[in-house]
Design a protein around this ligand. Structure first.
Ligand code: 13P
Length: 284
């Protein structure tokens, strides 16, 4: 009951002109901070995990912690499979209670991408789980997924229309110039392309690689149809930097309750800032 699909969340965001933030979580602390902050701000929220995160923390642990966080805060959340590629892996995780899935076939040729995604849509819809897929390819690094900028390419609007019609996906991740991880220099988003995609595709659009994007850019992207904003790196940096400075100040410290608390305080600020940027506060 507390782990839901993101279908209705994103449709409401699309109707009302805001985006739902999706934060990559890794452990108890990140899950607590994201859900508690979203609940305090009455914002819908998505908790995302890559295959590497589930390997690190364990599927059952992540599912249970997210369920408890949602229950304790009375905030149903979508626990989302970020950049998953393997059918059997997705099936196992959906059976464990996850209802929000991204199948990433963006590395495949167009027809194979469609075939792979269609099969996952059939599976997930039979569990009433929502499906996001990517057309075009983002550059940058996220966990095990590393795409050199020369291998990245933007989403073609006409192809996106065909892709959405043929696969039956619930949301589409677009490649318009954002990248995973830290930006080298100033990011540039192709807003004309986003507008052209929006003209031809009427399902919610997703922007990956949102860390490091300015508020003005994010707001413009939301105005052109982005309904889900993916954030990983900004949260990781806040967590790690706060813990590093705690140890710099107290080199002999060893109590996780002390240094983790500093990390949590720093992450809370990031979550708050992204919720405000998305315009999702008060929308739950
Ligand atoms: P960032 O690490 O750039 O925030 O990207 C996150 C993301 O897109 C997750 O899929």
């Amino acid at each position: 009951m507390y782990l839901i699909s993101n279908r209705e969340m994103l449709r409401k965001a699309q109707r009302e002109g805001y985006a739902v933030p999706a934060f990559n979580v890794h452990n108890l602390e990140t899950i607590q901070v994201v859900v508690e902050t979203a609940a305090r701000m009455s914002s819908p929220v998505i908790l995302a995990g890559t295959p590497g995160t589930f390997r690190y923390a364990g599927l059952e642990y992540i599912v249970s912690i997210c369920q408890q966080a949602a229950y304790l805060n009375q905030l149903p959340v979508a626990l989302h499979l970020d950049h998953h590629e393997v059918f059997s892996d997705i099936h196992q995780k959906v059976k464990a209670g996850i209802r929000s899935v991204m199948i990433d076939g963006s590395h495949l040729p167009f027809e194979s991408n469609i075939m792979t995604v269609t099969e996952v849509v059939r599976l997930c819809h039979s569990y009433d789980a929502s499906v996001e897929a990517e057309l075009g390819r983002l550059g940058g690094q996220e966990d095990d997924l590393s795409v050199d900028s020369k291998d990245s390419f933007f989403t073609d609007p006409q192809a996106a229309k065909i892709y959405v019609e043929r696969t039956g996906i619930d949301s589409l991740a677009v490649a318009i110039g954002s990248a995973h991880g830290l930006y080298q220099g100033e990011p540039h988003l192709d807003f004309d392309r986003l507008a052209a995609i929006r003209q031809l595709v009427d399902i919610p659009l997703v922007l990956h690689g949102a860390s490091g994007l300015s508020e003005a850019m994010v707001r413009k992207a939301i105005g052109l149809g982005i309904c889900k904003l993916n954030v990983a790196t900004d949260l990781k940096i806040a967590f790690a930097d706060a813990i590093k400075s705690y140890f710099a100040q107290y080199p002999t410290a060893n109590d996780p309750r002390h240094y983790m608390t500093q990390g949590k305080i720093a992450m809370e600020k990031v979550v708050e800032e992204k919720i405000l940027m998305c315009g999702s506060a008060g929308k739950f």
